[in-house]
Design a protein around this ligand. Structure first.
Ligand code: X2X
Length: 336
């Protein structure tokens, strides 16, 4: 027979266990991570990798939950940065394009034909310009942690092989809702139409637009060839890096160890994703060709014609980005 004393002790043990559980629960914290693309794409995989690494290293103290498809901003991807700044979103792995309306310095990467290759991209993100851009993000109230990569953006359309600016004449091209894109495609003689990614595939399907621009990974995974995009021009006109970042209040509420862990895992996930994106490009291009898409590559003269056609975009946008940042980026690219 249990005595009332042993029962009392048992109750005390139970109460202690309950207290311990609730303390542990109180300590385990879930943070939201916003992305535009889900984990079928390298971009979504970058966010998931970050979440997996945090799971491994935080001992259950921190959990990252990925919300893809810009769902935390109802699909309106150009509002992601503001939502993270205001605390509606804790963390994000976001595109420099989508955040550029709030952080003008991020337009650096969208300057047409400014970054010739991945070496130039790495020189800028890892150089003086990269630091200046991270400061610009901080100044806007968000804490940048690491770089990732959506990739060099290529041009596709449903009607013709494009190897000269004149081929773009009058073509309706879907672009992201960032003003620089409007200017670039207008300078090329096209008819740019701004819309979110969520609306892009339906617009291509119905023929409401003739073309779009996105990295090979996006063209491949989203099967853009299936919505009539049978012509693809490889013109590497801009690169679209991704940035891992945190809301400022969330960041300040973490312990120093947690911050170090979150930054370190973001850097690791970013490096992993950048390498993966680049390694997969050749295979993706081969797959796209096999599906019957005509792929056009530009020779030097053809490339130069596009560069000249978009000169005015530089004149307009370099001052908005900041002359010092553009100059720093040039030095980073030219550094031996
Ligand atoms: O909307 C796009 O084209 C996408 C998915 O590449 C971005 O979010 C920039």
């Amino acid at each position: 027979m249990p005595t009332s004393r042993s029962l009392g002790r048992f109750a005390a043990v139970l109460a202690g266990a309950a207290l311990l559980t609730s303390t542990l629960t109180a300590q385990a914290r879930e943070l939201s991570v916003s992305t535009v693309l889900p984990d079928a794409f390298p971009w979504g995989q970058a966010a998931q990798k970050w979440a997996d690494l945090v799971e491994e290293r935080s001992g259950g103290e921190l959990t990252l939950r990925v919300y893809p498809n810009a769902q935390l901003v109802s699909g309106d991807q150009t509002r992601e940065f503001s939502a993270m700044r205001s605390g509606l979103i804790d963390l994000a792995v976001g595109s420099t394009i989508n955040w550029s309306p709030q952080v003008p310095a991020l337009n650096l990467f969208s300057l047409p034909f400014f970054l010739p290759d991945t070496d130039a991209v790495d020189a800028v993100t890892g150089g003086e310009a990269g630091e200046m851009i991270f400061s610009a993000i901080e100044d806007k109230g968000v804490v940048p942690l690491a770089w990732g990569e959506n990739g060099f953006r290529q041009l596709s359309n449903s009607s013709t092989d494009i190897d000269a600016p004149s081929d773009l004449e009058g073509l309706k091209i879907r672009v992201v809702g960032s003003p620089l894109f409007q200017d670039t495609f207008t300078a090329l003689g096209a008819n740019p139409t701004q819309m979110s990614w969520a609306d892009a595939k339906p617009a291509l399907t119905t023929g409401a637009v003739d073309g779009q621009e996105n990295p090979l990974s996006v063209f491949d995974v989203a099967r853009i060839d299936q919505v009539g995009q049978s012509h693809l021009t490889l013109w590497n006109y801009m690169n679209d890096p991704l940035v891992f970042a945190s809301n400022r209040q969330v960041w300040d509420s973490l312990t120093e160890d947690q911050r170090a862990m979150l930054r370190e895992t973001a850097v690791e996930a970013g490096a992993w994703e950048i390498a993966k994106t680049r390694e997969e490009e050749a295979g993706r291009l081969a797959a796209i060709r096999e599906r019957g898409v005509t792929v056009t590559e530009l020779d030097d003269d053809q490339y130069q014609a596009f560069v000249e056609a978009t000169d005015s975009v530089h004149d307009e946008w370099v001052p908005r980005i900041g002359e010092e940042i553009v100059e720093a980026a040039r030095r980073d690219i030219d550094a031996p």
